[in-house]
Write a protein that binds this ligand. Structure first.
Ligand SMILES: NC(=O)c1ccc[n+]([C@@H]2O[C@H](COP(=O)([O-])OP(=O)(O)OC[C@H]3O[C@@H](n4cnc5c(N)ncnc54)[C@H](OP(=O)(O)O)[C@@H]3O)[C@@H](O)[C@H]2O)c1
Length: 257
């Protein structure tokens, strides 16, 4: 049975900020039922207000997804509120700088935890409810999963792992009618880099430099990424699975020179 778009339940991690927030608001435009997952309750409440104004029904789940049992508790909260799950969007993630020589084991583990382990756990917990709705998963990866960049080693590895997790799960879950895809953005203007320690001056310089590293000459907006996620989660993408789709102004086409 295909899920009816008017009554779907969409669970979005990272819904309090950036790409996850924009994704929540895009689904809200379609008046879907939304579960907004994050740690910052005030930010989630602000997104909820905007989403309900667009006609969506919402539920906030405040959770540190790295906490023990959080993936299972979050999935239970989704089912408790809407009795179904149609789409899981994994947009929660972090970045930090570091090379093979100076990345501490603690930083490596912190990166792998939220960017890979949490998503693995959420996907596992989502299989049974998604099988019932013939639903799908969209993971937010990065151009760094597909290409190598210096001084973001753990982040690149976490996103490459997420891409392979996406492909392997897509293959295994296809017989159950569950699709799994990923989007691979280039630089997008959000809070991601500020949270990694960039001050406003450094972030402005990074955005300016990014105009030269993305062939289309600009960074992306969260809304552009949300539109692709919305498409991949729709029945219009019903024959697409296991894809890692670049949305990066051509960044993945470039080589250092
Ligand atoms: N911005 C870019 O240039 C870019 C490019 C490629 C890929 N991406 C990917 O896009 C995704 C979204 O990032 P963004 O750019 O939108 O960054 P952002 O604005 O910093 O948003 C990150 C989100 O992740 C959530 N989060 C982080 N750790 C969490 C945890 N332990 N538990 C629960 N929620 C957690 C945050 O929630 P709270 O604020 O509520 O804690 C926030 O909603 C990430 O996976 C990132 O790697 C971003």
């Amino acid at each position: 049975m295909k899920s009816s778009s008017s009554s779907r339940c969409i669970a979005i991690t990272g819904a309090s900020s950036g790409i996850g927030r924009a994704t929540a608001l895009r689904f809200a435009e379609a008046k879907e039922n939304l579960v907004l997952i994050g740690r910052d309750h005030a930010a989630l409440a602000a997104v909820e207000k905007e989403a309900t104004a667009k006609g969506a029904q919402t539920q906030i789940v405040k959770a540190d997804l790295c906490a023990e049992g959080a993936a299972q508790q979050t999935t239970a909260a989704v089912l408790d509120r809407f009795s179904r799950l149609d789409v899981l969007v994994n947009a929660a993630g972090i970045i930090s700088l570091g090379t093979i020589e100076n990345t501490s084991l603690a930083e490596w583990d912190r990166m792998m935890d939220i960017n890979v382990r949490v998503i693995f756990r959420l996907m596992q917990a989502a299989v049974s409810p998604l099988e019932k709705t013939k639903g799908n998963i969209v993971n937010v990866s990065s151009v760094t999963g597909l290409r190598s960049f210096p001084n973001v080693l753990a982040y690149c590895v976490s996103k490459a792992a997420l891409d392979q997790l996406t492909r392997c799960a897509a293959l295994e879950l296809a017989p159950k009618g569950i699709r799994v895809n990923a989007v691979n953005p280039g630089v997008v203007a959000t809070n991601l880099h500020r949270r990694s320690g960039f001050d406003e001056q450094k972030y402005a310089a990074f955005l300016a430099h990014s105009k030269t590293t993305h062939p289309l000459g600009r960074v992306g907006s969260p809304e552009e990424i949300a539109e692709l996620i919305f498409f991949l989660a729709s029945d219009q993408a019903g024959w697409i699975t296991g894809e890692t789709i670049s949305i990066d102004g051509g960044r993945h086409l470039t080589c250092a020179r």
